[in-house]
Ligand binder design. Structure first.
Ligand code: ZN
Length: 269
């Protein structure tokens, strides 16, 4: 059985201790108790070393060996077979789902109705799945002889706007001109997902994709462009439902050479 210890009980017990003495609290539970007395930051400065609970006695033994001249006490003692003691600082926080439930209630929803009853749980699961970073191995191959642009167009992506947590989604185009290394084509799409599946802004995703490819493959150039619709723009305020935001990041030869840039742009039209 569990027995929940209350702050009142702790206060009662500590009120019987001599507050003119200096107390060092054993981390972590003892610290809450010493804070109610006359705390010091190290056992050396203390008159008494205090813990919340003596259970096996191992902690007491350890402190007695280190500081044989210091008095060691505990506020509670638990013997074999006694109830399991739970201190106020050990109680679990409310499940995170309850916070989301409260937001729904604040928004005027009846969270007990059929359709919403399990929504907080589903929402957390959905978010965790979506936001899970899907790191992968950027296995590259010898790209000897490949010195032309490699481009992948229309890679679909989904992301969440970090300002409103509303989705934004669209397509990505990713191109690079290898120097000596090439990468499996699926890895370009996975790089897009890796940076899109977060709370993001479109500009940052674009830059992160380009920089990652640059870093992994050291190509002559990288070009990334993203075209997306932002639900925070479509659903509220200006309600522009056919507005597309286009971002791009050009590195190396794509930045320096107009021909390379134009070739990329001609492919993504
Ligand atoms: Zn937004």
């Amino acid at each position: 059985m569990e027995r929940l210890i209350t702050w009142i009980e702790i206060k009662e017990k500590t009120s019987k201790l001599d507050k003119s003495l200096k107390y060092y609290g054993v981390p972590r539970g003892g610290q809450y108790i010493s804070a109610l007395l006359n705390p010091v930051d190290s056992p050396e400065e203390a008159d008494v070393i205090i813990d919340d609970l003596i259970e096996s006695g191992a902690t007491k033994k350890r402190y007695k060996e280190l500081y044989p001249n210091k008095k060691f006490i505990a506020l509670f003692e638990k013997k074999h077979g006694d109830d399991w003691l739970v201190f106020p600082w050990e109680t679990k926080e409310e499940p995170v789902e309850d916070n989301f439930k409260r937001i729904l209630q604040y928004l005027g929803e009846d969270t007990e109705r059929e359709g919403l009853k399990d929504t907080p749980k589903r929402y957390i699961k959905f978010m965790k799945e979506f936001l899970e970073p899907k790191e992968f191995n950027f296995t590259s191959f010898d790209g000897e002889g490949t010195d032309e642009m490699i481009i992948q167009t229309n890679i679909p992506f989904y992301s969440l706007c970090e300002h409103h947590t509303a989705p934004f989604f669209g397509v990505a185009n990713v191109a690079y001109i290898p120097s000596d290394k090439i990468v499996g084509l699926s890895k370009l799409a996975r790089t897009v997902d890796l940076y899109a599946n977060r709370f993001q802004n479109q500009e940052r995703i674009t830059t992160q994709i380009a920089e990652r490819i640059q870093q992994e493959l050291n190509p002559i150039g990288v070009a990334v462009s993203l075209k997306a619709q932002h639900l925070c723009m479509c659903m509220r305020g200006v309600k522009k439902h056919d507005t597309w935001t286009i971002t791009s990041k050009l590195l190396g030869v794509f930045k320096e050479d107009l021909n390379a840039r134009n070739e990329f742009l001609s492919y993504i039209k």
